[in-house]
Design a protein around this ligand. Structure first.
Ligand SMILES: Nc1ncnc2c1ncn2[C@@H]1O[C@H](COP(=O)(O)OP(=O)(O)OP(=O)(O)O)[C@@H](O)[C@H]1O
Length: 455
């Protein structure tokens, strides 16, 4: 039944009561401080407050991982809610962009009401708003530029959460303003931690590291997004292991661009679709050979050696292989990828796939990969296709990364424990640094160093 209209406005005291009911914490916190001050004395209350602050500082310093996971997002969201999105400021911003409705009879202004704020990262806020009747997501979309300016943000994206509720993803700042140097190549295999390979930096200023052993990586990004820099950084970190025969490269390179430089140090290298399919078959045969040997010898844990090295399969532009021809190659590839991603962990077979355009062909295989990275993509829908449901709503604005050389290598990953997107930037491996990698490995091969590696 439609609520009848009235010319009278809602009473101020009723608005205040409603506000209190919706924000119990904001009323209880000052009220309990005053109560504690009068009951326990202001000195004791001050000591309790000081002790709490000192405890938080101690936590912040002693255990960054748990602090960043539990405390930081809540504290950040709270601060932003009361600074950037406080009532009058919020209303002024919306009024400036015509994002409000005026009640037909009472003339009362009705604004989208903030129902939840989350700041999963220092640079992105997600604000859920309940919109008044007569407003739609389309109106927000039409006024996004104005809203971005009014909120002094870099970018704002809008998502429908459920009927009547929108999610505004507000990017406030760009943490990456400089190119990150390519990682050094260690001299010796002992210096390489295969579970923690440096590939760039996170928005929190920490090293961005990826596991190579036992994991499978899916990297999506439009042309020029900087996808190559991720596997290239990994390969530089693995250089002494490649040189010593403890890591073998298998490369499917239909584009024959940057990866072509690695042909000379690859164990297997293929370019056309048929050859690539054969290469993947051989990779799986190798995996099954190791499985048989392990079963005969009763081995349960992989010890890297020249007989059982880590095998890294890189498939550039997997989309073109999955969409190729009559579907035979695609079907075979899907089947073989399922084997590698489910069984390769124990035998030391890892796969990294790169794709320009995540489409319906690539979505089913995406689920097979344990690590997924989304660099700049060309459509909002592609973000969730790569990173999973609601990734964009939680702040992974990969489609909003400008198509400019200064943003190459920037993208998002989902943090394993929190399932929250994190903005990252890959280190940049220039052509001469790829050449340096190849020379480093081949120089070792020239001296026969790989033959003397511990078997
Ligand atoms: N991590 C990075 N940091 C800064 N600049 C980068 C980075 N990676 C790449 N670039 C720059 O962006 C350009 C395009 O990079 P790259 O060829 O790796 O993109 P791509 O995603 O692999 O594109 P394509 O799919 O067309 O091969 C590079 O020539 C380089 O100038």
């Amino acid at each position: 039944m439609k609520t009848p209209d009235s010319k009278r406005r809602t009473g101020r005291e009723m608005k205040a009561a409603l506000w209190t009911a919706r924000h119990p914490g904001s009323v209880l916190a000052p009220a309990s401080t005053v109560a504690a001050g009068t009951q326990l004395g202001w000195t004791t209350t001050g000591m309790i407050a000081g002790g709490t602050a000192a405890g938080l500082c101690g936590w912040y310093r002693a255990h960054p991982a748990t602090f960043d996971h539990w405390a930081a997002p809540r504290m950040r969201a709270w601060r932003r809610r009361w600074s950037a999105y406080l009532g009058p400021r919020w209303h002024n911003a919306l009024r400036a962009c015509d994002l409000y409705v005026v009640h037909r009879k009472s003339g009362e202004e009705q604004f989208p009401r903030i129902i939840k704020t989350r700041s999963y990262s220092p640079t992105v806020d997600t604000v859920w708003v309940r919109i008044p009747q007569g407003m739609s997501a389309r109106k927000f979309e039409a006024n996004l530029d104005e809203l971005t300016e009014a909120l002094r943000a870099r970018r704002v994206a809008v998502e429908k959460v459920k009927p009547g509720v929108l999610g505004l993803v507000i990017e406030r700042d760009e943490p990456f303003t400089e190119t990150i140097d390519a990682p050094d190549m260690p001299d010796e295999p002992d210096a390489v931690d295969l579970k923690n390979v440096y590939v760039g930096e996170t928005e929190f200023g920490a090293d961005w590291r990826l596991p190579v052993l036992g994991q499978h990586t899916f990297i999506a990004g439009a042309t020029g997004a900087g996808k190559n820099s991720i596997p290239m950084s990994e390969l530089r970190a693995l250089a002494p292991l490649i040189r010593d025969g403890l890591v073998r490269l298998w490369i499917c390179d239909p584009k024959q661009m940057e990866f072509a430089k690695l042909e000379g140090i690859a164990h297997r290298y293929a370019t056309d679709e048929g050859e690539c399919s054969e290469l993947v078959d051989e990779f799986v045969d190798d995996l099954q050979r190791v499985q048989r040997e392990f079963s005969e010898q009763g081995t349960r844990k992989l010890e890297l050696s020249r007989v059982t090295p880590l095998n890294v399969l890189i498939i550039d532009e997997i989309g073109s292989l999955l969409a190729y021809g009559d579907g035979t190659v695609a079907r075979n590839l899907r089947k073989k990828l399922a084997i590698v991603t489910s069984q390769g962990r124990a035998t030391g077979h890892s796969v990294t796939a790169l794709v320009q355009e995540p489409t319906k062909d690539t979505v089913p295989v995406r689920e097979l990969f344990t690590i997924r990275i989304c660099l700049r993509v060309t459509a909002a829908a592609q973000v969730d296709m790569v990173l999973g449901e609601n990734a964009r709503l939680r702040g992974a604005l990969a489609d909003e990364i400008p198509n400019a050389p200064e943003t190459a290598g920037i993208g998002y990953v989902i943090r394993q424990r929190t399932r929250v997107p994190m903005r990252v930037r890959a280190a940049y491996v220039a052509d001469h640094e790829i050449d340096e990698l190849v020379s480093f490995v081949r120089a070792g091969w020239g001296t026969g160093q790989h033959l003397t590696a511990v078997a």
